[in-house]
Design a protein around this ligand. Structure first.
Ligand SMILES: [Cu+2]
Length: 315
């Protein structure tokens, strides 16, 4: 009698140990930290808006996995324990007991998913509203101009003082455009295309928005705001298939502390005696000489080699 009682307990504890070991192996073998696992493949965000998006993503995936585990367990349980068996003399048995027209079960399967959709809708709508929130007077306003196949960034050094000369950084086939921005300030991005539809995407912002040729025509909101938490270099990409060289339509966001940013803007206004025109982004960053984040060329990506004759059989 005792043996009969103890056996299932021993089996259960062994199964528990195996499950715990499997989780431990999965965690250590992949080398993922807890934070990495909860990001479910997303990069580390660098804006408060990105943190909001990440929270929504994490808890949506957790909820989906919880539902998935329940559904997979039910499928497994049904397939294993309620399959059609044969009788002792090899004849097929009658079908197991059927459950159609079970009103409480049908109400349950309508009400529970409805509640789940409502909860997901609530958190999606509140997150969207927070991420798209705009302050009336942003500290910096940038006009982002997308064209086949590069970017131009035009911004006032001071969005209040409209008499300042407009500073512009444009990419070329040989140079990735650098969008230099201050940390901890509210930045407004006004998106516009000069030809086809592009998409402004910085993975570390956890944000992407289509760049349209005439957004007013369809009442599209072509601007958004964010603020960047810390200094760094973050790759930006076009995320809308826009033609032959779409895949190389990259840029780089360079976030600098507000004092370095102010110096950068001053340097952009100064005339370079060597070229007799105002400093380019690369020249201003070189003159600023602030270490890693003043590197004059993109760190996170590199220009596409447009020299067709440079191709050999090996590449
Ligand atoms: Cu594009």
């Amino acid at each position: 009698m005792l043996a009969e009682v103890r056996t299932p307990v021993v089996k259960r504890s062994r199964a528990g140990k195996v499950a715990a070991l499997a989780v431990l192996v999965a965690l250590t073998a992949t080398g993922c930290s807890g934070d990495e696992i909860l990001r479910f493949g997303w990069p580390v965000g660098v804006t408060p808006q990105a943190d909001e998006m990440r929270n929504l993503w994490t808890w949506t995936v957790v909820a989906a996995l919880a539902v998935g585990v329940i559904v997979w367990a039910l499928i497994f349980w049904t397939a294993v324990f309620h399959r059609k068996k044969k009788t002792a003399d090899g004849e097929p048995e009658e079908l197991p007991r059927q459950f159609q027209y079970n009103i409480p079960l049908e109400i349950f399967t309508v009400v529970v998913p409805t509640i789940m959709v409502c909860v997901l809708f609530f958190f999606t709508a509140t997150t969207e509203s927070n991420v798209l929130d705009k302050k009336p007077n942003p500290d910096v306003t940038v006009d982002v101009v997308a064209f086949q196949w590069n970017w131009e960034f035009k911004y006032k050094s001071d969005s209040v003082n409209h008499e300042d000369p407009e500073i512009s950084t444009v990419g070329s086939s040989g140079e990735i455009p650098l969008l230099v921005l201050p940390t901890g300030k509210t930045i407004q991005y006004n998106l516009r295309s000069t030809d086809v539809i592009h998409s402004f995407w910085v993975p570390e912002f956890h944000f992407k928005r289509d760049v349209m040729p005439s957004p007013e025509k369809n009442n599209q909101d072509f601007s958004f705001q964010n603020s960047i938490d810390h200094e760094g270099a973050f790759v930006g990409r076009c995320a809308e298939l826009c033609g032959t060289y779409h895949s190389v339509m990259n840029f780089e966001v360079r976030a600098l502390s507000p004092d370095k940013y102010a110096k950068y803007i001053e340097l952009r206004k100064q005339v370079n005696p060597k070229t007799d025109r105002t400093n380019t982004a690369a020249e201003a960053l070189t003159a600023l000489n602030c270490g890693e984040w003043c590197t004059p060329h993109a760190i996170t990506t590199q220009p596409f080699n447009t020299d067709r004759t440079a191709r050999t059989a090996s590449n």
